[in-house]
Design a protein around this ligand. Structure first.
Ligand SMILES: [Zn+2]
Ligand SMILES: [Zn+2]
Length: 144
């Protein structure tokens, strides 16, 4: 399901909301509400953070965005609601998608009576950019 598919029938469309949806469509950066607000505000200076936040909640309820509780500072939003996993940088909190099909099926016994609605694997580490900066820092320290 694409984020914009038949969305006019589901939510009342305003230019601000349309701008939020346009920003999210195909976005793979897993933005926070703050990121979306900063970007949309450039074109719509009157937009409020509440509008962004409420639109995200509505989209979440409609299953058009996935809310990620990966970053402990801010919730992040993913317009790709299809099954996929994430690679997370511990330093800059950059999140990238992984589309490997892991064998994630658990037995009924392991499910302990739960119905499973979401399966999600998180990998943590350092992104190439942060690795470079870290190595550089270490080099300087060694020289001192
Ligand atoms: Zn990083
Ligand atoms: Zn993702």
């Amino acid at each position: 399901m694409k984020i914009l598919e038949n969305i006019e029938k589901k939510i009342k469309m305003t230019p601000q909301r349309a701008a939020i949806l346009k920003y999210l469509e195909g976005n793979t950066s897993h933005p926070s509400a703050e990121d979306i607000f900063e970007s949309v505000r450039k074109k719509y200076p009157m937009i409020s953070f509440t509008t962004v936040y409420n639109t995200l909640q509505t989209l979440k309820d409609l299953d058009r965005v996935r809310e990620l509780n990966i970053d402990d500072e801010r919730k992040r939003y993913d317009p790709n609601v299809n099954l996929h996993h994430h690679l997370i940088c511990n330093n800059c909190k950059k999140i990238v998608d992984i589309f490997i099909d892991f064998p994630l099926d658990i037995s009924e016994e392991e499910a302990q009576g739960y119905t499973i609605s979401c399966r999600h694997v998180e990998f943590y580490g350092l992104c190439p950019k942060c690795r470079k900066t870290k190595n550089k820092g270490q080099g300087n320290r060694n020289r001192d």
